[in-house]
Design a protein around this ligand. Structure first.
Ligand code: 5AD
Ligand code: SF4
Length: 444
């Protein structure tokens, strides 16, 4: 089997969460610095990075089938690097099972990718799943390009150890990036064209840092600083944990105009016994109390969450409690999953694993309720006047696509450009998007 000696082109394929998308972008920037360029659409790349996700089922199998698909007709393969959480969790096994893979690089070590590519080009196979004390962020190049919406990882890792979740094992302990480095990266992104920045972290609202006056602040302090960047129009953050939802951050939703009225706050289940078995360390009541206080300062806030159905031992009645919680909240959108046993997590060996057919039925009922609420939220938007941040052209002539403040997809026809904020009136609603008409000249 041959591999290309010195790769000239690359492709990064990211799976899973937005943090992987961010990491994938940063790996691409690293490769660009090395003079390796993105492979043109439809053409084979000399180097392929599979940036993997391990959060739910069949992650590893998917990686192996992706590797198989990369094989060319003449039997050769590109230089393949497996990155992300599957690399972290199953790196050795991947190396043993897939000879085509030349590099395995964990989420905390990808700043070393250029050296690894050099070694792999010289015929070595290299693994780096260290969680080094030096931060990869210091070793990454400055941000030079950005679309209108950009991600900025501010926090990584998780100390919460929910009993179903692999993240504390694959991404390590909670670490906050320093305030000054984040402000700097945000400024670069805005210079490069970003109008909206989404602050990312596995527990983004656990972020803390020291501002220029030496005060320790939470995420609201960072949001306030970024809100002062004139060309930056919107700030979002995700994903949050209920226990880190401080009063200061809640109040910020009523104070910082650029902080968008959207909160993704996973609850996972609507029953206290299940929440305890999940080690969530919040109750249904404490979760609802947080939503009440956010709604008190920002009545139009759109709420989002994550749910798991079929956690080991979940009874029919306990699942009904999840449906009751959904009814009580009225989510604008949500993600919902069947429980998937992850090797090495406490829940994987718990008694009472729920049969697949029961999980299927629960997921269907939950998703029907969530879809109903999402459609109701969208329908209630009709008649509202709001700004749309234009992200790209639509399919039809003169059509543009963007997002409302509440993270709904909006399409309209008129004069606009990517990156502009256009004031519109929402005129129609579908399950997944809204139609609008532009009102006056653009806002900014
Ligand atoms: N099974 C199913 N869903 C899971 N999630 C995390 N771990 C698992 C698992 N083992 C879901 C949670 C989390 C989201 C990112 O993925 O809902 O909030
Ligand atoms: Fe996983 Fe729980 Fe940490 Fe979220 S808070 S990353 S679900 S362990």
């Amino acid at each position: 089997m041959q591999t290309s000696a010195n790769p000239k082109t690359y492709r990064v394929k990211s799976f899973g969460c937005q943090m992987n998308v961010y990491d994938g972008d940063r790996m691409a920037e690293l490769l660009n610095e090395q003079g390796i360029v993105p492979a043109p659409e439809g053409e084979d790349a000399d180097l392929v990075v599979l940036n993997t996700c391990h959060i739910r089922e069949k992650a590893a199998e998917k990686v192996y089938s992706d590797i198989g698909r990369l094989k060319r007709e003449d039997g050769s393969s590109p230089l393949i690097a497996v990155a992300g959480c599957v690399a972290q969790a199953e790196g050795e096994e991947i190396m043993a099972r897939a000879p085509a893979v030349k590099m395995v690089v964990g989420p905390q070590a990808y700043h070393r990718l250029p050296e690894m590519v050099r070694a792999a080009s010289a015929g070595q196979r290299v693994t780096d799943t260290d969680m080094p004390a030096e931060t990869k962020f210091d070793a990454l190049p400055r941000r030079k390009r950005s679309g209108p919406t950009a991600f900025l990882t501010v926090q990584e890792g998780c100390d919460k150890f929910c009993t179903y979740c692999v993240v504390p094992y694959t991404r390590g302990a909670e670490v906050s990036r320093p305030y000054a480095a984040l402000v700097d990266e945000a400024l670069r992104l805005v210079e490069a064209g970003a109008r909206e920045i989404t602050l990312l972290g596995q527990n983004v609202n656990a972020w803390t840092g020291e501002n220029a006056r030496g005060q320790t602040v939470g995420l609201e302090g960072l949001a306030r600083e970024l809100a002062a960047i004139p060309e930056l129009a919107r700030i979002r953050y995700t994903t949050s944990h209920p226990n880190d939802m401080t009063q200061a951050l809640i109040e910020a939703h009523g104070e910082i105009g650029k902080l968008m009225p959207f909160l993704h706050l996973p609850v996972q289940a609507g029953n206290d016994r299940v929440l305890k078995a999940m080690n969530r360390s919040h109750t249904v009541e404490s979760y609802l109390a947080i939503l009440d206080s956010v709604r008190a300062v920002r009545p139009d806030i759109a709420l989002s969450g994550d749910f798991i159905v079929g956690f080991p031992g979940e009874t029919d009645a306990e699942f009904e409690d999840t449906l009751k919680l959904v009814d009580a909240v009225g989510y604008a959108q949500c993600f919902s999953f069947k429980y998937s046993p992850r090797p090495g997590t406490p829940a994987a060996t718990m008694d009472g694993q729920v049969p697949a057919a029961v999980m299927d039925e629960r997921l269907q009922r939950l998703q029907a309720a969530l879809n109903r609420d999402q459609y109701a939220f969208n329908t209630a938007s009709v008649g509202k006047v709001c700004d749309v941040l234009v992200e790209r052209k639509g399919k039809h002539p003169g059509q543009w696509l963007g997002k409302s403040p509440w993270l709904q997809s909006v399409h309209f026809t008129g004069d606009a450009q990517v990156g502009q904020l256009v004031r519109v009136e929402i005129t129609s609603a579908g399950p997944n998007s809204l139609g609008a008409v532009p009102l006056d000249a653009l806002v900014s």
